[in-house]
Design a binder for this molecule. Sequence first.
Ligand code: ADP
Ligand code: ZN
Length: 206
Amino acid sequence: MNLILLGAPFSGKGTLARQIAKDFGLVHISTGDLFRENIKDGTEVGNLAKSYMDKGQLVPDSVTIAMLKERISQKDCKKGFVLDGFPRTIEQAKALEKIAKIDAVIELDVSFDEVRRRCLGRRVCSKCGEIYNTSTYNKTTCKACGSPLFQRDDDNLETVNHRLEVYEKQTSPLINFYADRLFVVKGENSPQETYKPVKNFLKRSD
Ligand code: ADP
Ligand code: ZN
């Protein structure tokens, strides 16, 4: 089974993707994570991606598609995968059609106001990377390791508004593109509540 998760930034795609991957034995592929690994390793793709990511813009399709293609061609993906953060443009979706069969697309529906709240409230541990939100954990040190929490540079109103604009313009047309395979779920409840209908849907389609 090959799946796509669609949704605005901060809609909870990563959390849902990990849960699905674990329960259904799929590989979780996040293009954001792949780019961050490339940046950490100082690769050519990483250097190129960084300038776009810092501005909240999409990395050019040619680069993103090549990276994703390479990842999907690896052996572990034969058991099926769940894509988190790809495709983000119609061009990416068309390229994907040529390399893999997508069984279902799950759209996480979250209001833009909730996205802004989640963005501005996000705190990250400076040591272990654990992520918190001030709405559920309003302390200045990490629960897991005691290190100070910080706010990422890109977690500000200007950047999140820009990312929402990019999502609206470039990614939301995919909802129509995949209309024949789309399952929509409300993403404003807890991760567990959000997962329930998705799990039932996937059990039926598995
Ligand atoms: P989030 O911080 O919401 O988890 P991601 O980690 O998915 O966001 O992506 C971070 C950044 O990586 C995006 O803002 C974008 O610049 C780049 N990126 C990730 N996936 C894609 C893609 N499919 N196409 C173009 N750019 C991408
Ligand atoms: Zn920590």
